[in-house]
Design a protein around this ligand. Structure first.
Ligand SMILES: [Zn+2]
Length: 297
């Protein structure tokens, strides 16, 4: 069932648009080999989205607020000035001078588009939220979370997150401490748990474990150099945060961007062994993972 769903997600490619920093795509996990994978909403993509939203909204008065989720459908933030848009792990926070925060999360399929204010927004059932000013309108599509809350209540929403890999509070020692708190947990699950460190998604999980030669099922307590793994996660996100796409191999050529992610059954780029794939994690949160059984032990 999951496999069918994953394969369905692989259809089509994202379009680029000059107003976009990032446009989400509905094919985020794909077992099929050889297909190009679009950027998925991991920490780097969310960081970039926050920067674009900040550029378009911060310092400007909202003249449009159209919330299309039932719980907040009557919310009206017009007249308020957006002070900043930031990312916190994979969460987006848009704050106003009235002490209000718009909290959104892209989940798997969400995206934001920034368009000129003068452009007509076509009716679209995928739109969840529109925030606009005299110059720009930011349109949120298929957002997994949309909520409007007092800025003082943010800790209840994002306070559980571990150190943010791309945040000003990044603290590798704290991330390591949180990971080690559950030494028997498989490392592939532990690094995806946003309570340990915030920002890693499935692509970087698979890639960082390959690059460190660590099997995704190895218990955290048996990972030899955990600080090096945490440092690598930071470097991968930093390297990709300013560009479209997610590249860990150094090659941006289609089909060459990753070592193992999305390459099930294809030969390992190092040793030629077919890349394996399996679901990892508890049933409710299991994610497909990729690894080379020869290079990763
Ligand atoms: Zn290999």
């Amino acid at each position: 069932m999951r496999q069918v769903h994953a394969a369905k997600r692989c259809q089509g490619l994202p379009s680029r648009n000059r107003y976009l920093t990032w446009e989400g795509s509905p094919r985020t996990e794909c077992r099929e080999a050889g297909r190009r994978l679009a950027a998925v909403p991991e920490g780097d993509v969310v960081w970039r989205t926050a920067r674009r939203l900040h550029e378009a909204l911060a310092g400007r008065v909202l003249t449009r607020c159209d919330v299309r989720v039932p719980r907040f459908a009557t919310a009206n933030l017009t007249g308020q000035t957006v002070t900043e848009a930031i990312s916190r792990g994979k969460h987006l926070l848009i704050r106003t001078d009235a002490g209000v925060t718009v909290h959104t999360h892209l989940r798997m399929d969400g995206s934001w588009r920034v368009r000129p204010a003068s452009e007509r927004v076509p009716g679209n059932h995928r739109i969840r939220l529109i925030l606009g000013n005299d110059t720009w309108q930011a349109i949120g599509y298929l957002l997994g979370i949309v909520e409007i809350l007092p800025t003082t209540a943010e800790p209840a929403t994002v306070g559980h997150l571990g150190p943010d890999l791309l945040g000003p509070d990044w603290d590798p020692a704290e991330a390591e401490r949180r990971l080690r708190a559950n030494p028997s947990r498989p490392i592939g699950e532990a690094v995806l748990d946003q309570r340990n460190l915030a920002g890693i998604g499935n692509v970087y999980k698979a890639e960082m474990l390959f690059l460190r030669g660590v099997n995704p099922w190895r218990p955290v307590g048996e990972v030899g150099d955990l600080p090096a793994l945490v440092d690598l996660a930071k470097r991968l996100l930093e390297a990709n945060k300013d560009r479209f796409g997610q590249v860990t191999t150094g090659s941006r050529r289609p089909g060459e961007e990753t070592w193992v992610y999305g390459r099930a059954g294809r030969p390992c780029r190092r040793c030629g062994t077919p890349v394996r794939t399996a679901d990892q994690g508890s049933d409710s949160e299991s994610r497909v993972t990729f690894w080379c059984p020869h290079c990763q032990t």
